[in-house]
Design a binder for this molecule. Sequence first.
Ligand code: ARG
Length: 572
Amino acid sequence: MINIKKVIAEKINASVDFLSLEEIEAMIEIPQDSAMGDYAFPCFKLAKQLHKAPPMIAADLAAALNDNLFEKVENVNAYVNMFINKEAFSKLSLEEVAKAKDSYGNTDIGHGEKVIVEYSSPNIAKPFHIGHIRSTVIGNSINKIYTALGYDVVRINHLGDYGTQFGKMIVAFRKWGNEEDVKREPIKTLLSYYVKFHEEAEKDPSLEDEARATFTKLEHGEEAETKLWQWFREESLNEFNRVYNMLGISFDSYAGESFYSDKMPAVLDELKAKGLLKESQGAQIVDLEEYGFGPALVTKSDGSSLYITRDLAAAIYRKKTYDFAKCIYVVASQQNLHFQQWFKILELMGYDWSKDCVHIPFGLVSMEEGTMSTRNGRVIFLEDVLNKAVEKTREIVLEKNVNTENVDETAAMVGIGAVMFNELANSRIKDYVFKWDKVLNFDGETGPYVQYTHARAASVLRKAGFDEAVLSPDAIEKLDFSYLSSDSAYELIKLIYRFPDAIIKAGAEYEPSIVTRHIIDVAQAFNKFYHDEQIIVDNENEKNVKLLLTWAAKQTIKNGLALLGIKAPEKM
Ligand code: ARG
């Protein structure tokens, strides 16, 4: 990443050699009032070493800083005010994109440190519904952002493949199920058993006891129950993978809750040894009352384990296995208390790394069509939403006579991209309502709009016969950047320059919408440039440098979309 402050610090360092580059860089300010320059350097701190009054130092320094990076350099009192030369700035900025290409925006602030991002984590044998899009798509983007920041990311899908609900499912399957139906349509069938179970259990509560007993058998590894459970798991994963493939999302590990079943006794022993367990009506709890988190139930009265215990076991296992610097959990805000509880338990166990576990919550999504409920079977499947998005996009693409040879491919790229983009467009904590005409609007601040802008830039480059040879340092040296001094060109360049900062901020705040916002801004600025100016002109010098800017805008949009997990079509 080029950092103008650093470039300036190097130039100041030539006169002020008793401060380190980092010290100088830290002293450089960005004035509130642009009349005071783009950057300013205060000289108070230099008075002691130089035995001179600060205003005099500022005057000397201003005189020494004659460099073509600056339009002008002034001294005002103890300050050196620097006005950046637009041409020099444009050249530095675009040169950087040309050098980095697909990795433009990447930095190494992570120094290869290990970060776990846990996301998606749906429950097996239950529908992968529209609500799951949130953790799946936000988590995927956080993973890509952390990778771009130079972290070594491990992507974990903590499948909900364990728990009493499997007792229910097994009981229901044995009573009313049939193998062929499950094979033909696994999740919808398994879901219908689950719904039936709840209907019947209302009339006959003993079914609940039967389900609990069946889960205990599963926990004890009894063969018949284990086999059924494994089969449900496999069939479910096949369905989930179909959706992951549509979204272009993958994981390094699918170690879900069941993976920790044999690791829980040790955790319970440890809790006991550390004096954290209390007995309460036959169940085991950790009392977190004094921290405002209530009692946390870690085993039930029948001895069966719980969700929270599996999270404790998973965190301890992950620390041992990966020695992570950070473990990020992308999970709905409804689970805030759950995470507060078990992070606290880890801390009480004496694990100082509990502070490196972060819960990244997000709000609810609802459909215009109405609410959902797994128990009574009113569910909107994510796969159906994605298919509908592709279908609707296909219609739009055909109707608009979009310039593409492959309608199906474009419809898939744009339709699925639109749903993902919509998911990442607002700050994650907000609840939102999924509205079709908002998601697929080609003119709003949407995925199709940004993808379309990318394709438009690609089309300009194609038309002009743009040759990537002009991206070499020698070729860039010959370009005349004075042709990029219009407001619309310069605004676009500034946004391109600030792209790496947007990624850093998005990472620090676990907020992909900062990247989304930034590429919307780049797309809008490019469209303004495109409308205000003629790009393919007769004057070769003017044309070449404008094509470089077009290429750099396209590259920035492409890299931004990639961080959201979205493809950038060349034609649309
Ligand atoms: N399977 C859970 C659910 O669907 C989400 C798991 C979240 N991750 C965790 N480590 N607790 O609600």
